[in-house]
Design a protein. Structure first.
Length: 63
């Protein structure tokens, strides 16, 4: 799965942050399990940050 997830990141990215994130998420949604992989990766690299806290809170509202 990791190899597949890394290849997903090899798409054209916008210079505009919000559009960039939207394009990343849309691309991930086209691949089974990829969004979950991204979230797992963010948990590893952003552990303890406010941004991760916001993400975790958002995820909890979806469950």
């Amino acid at each position: 799965m990791r190899k597949h997830w890394l290849s997903v990141a090899e798409f054209d990215r916008s210079n505009v942050g919000k559009t960039d994130i939207e394009n990343v998420v849309k691309t991930l949604l086209g691949h089974s399990g990829a969004l979950e992989e991204l979230i797992s990766f963010v948990r590893l690299v952003d552990s303890g940050t406010k941004a991760l806290q916001y993400l975790e809170t958002f995820i909890q509202t979806l469950v």
